[in-house]
Design a protein around this ligand. Sequence first.
Ligand code: DX5
Ligand code: ZN
Length: 219
Amino acid sequence: MSSKLIAPSVLAADFANLQRDVEMINNSDADWFHIDIMDGVFVPNISFGMPVLRDIAKHATKTIDVHLMIVDPDRYIKTFADLGSNILTVHYEACTHLHRTLQAIKAEGMKAGVAINPHTNVSLLEDTIKDIDLVCIMSVNPGFGGQSFIENTYKKIKQLKEIIDRNSANTVIEIDGGVTNKNAKQLVEAGADVLVAGSYVFKSEDPIQTIAGLKEMIS
Ligand code: DX5
Ligand code: ZN
């Protein structure tokens, strides 16, 4: 992927002003909406579910990138397609039959993503990499926004890039967690294609400017 992308994480938005925040993303230099779905089982937190995503999708004018932090994601693949997801990412750690899950996601017309926890080695993706449109490397433990970035991520990006190149795959590398202006450039230099940013964008004084700054830094 030649141009590098920014995906603000709606988890850090103001849910009492959700339409305003969705429109802010529409009007910004951001490329995707990153939507975190948590079930309180796979991760120790519950975010929001289908009705909220349905209403976000009603207003969003950009790609909807859904990150499922739930057990048994196969149960909801069709539902998320119907709700308007363009990319559906499941966790490696939550899938017993990952290859089958990836095919099921694509059969619903979505791009298929796989997220890996900080403890999961990228080498485990070698045998499925050609079937994966996006790998989301978690640079924090999933479940919460606002955590600090895990430095080992750079090494994982480089290892994943080697796997992608070795297999002539077209997989996009997304980094999720603790992304700020302090690490964005270095992440892209290491091989990242998409940076998810939650708190750094939404807790800033001027989110539109913050997104523009990030985008400029990585182009
Ligand atoms: C964490 C989520 C992230 C989170 C990122 O479980 O997957 O997408 O919203 O938030 P920040 O950028 O605040 O780390
Ligand atoms: Zn996420």
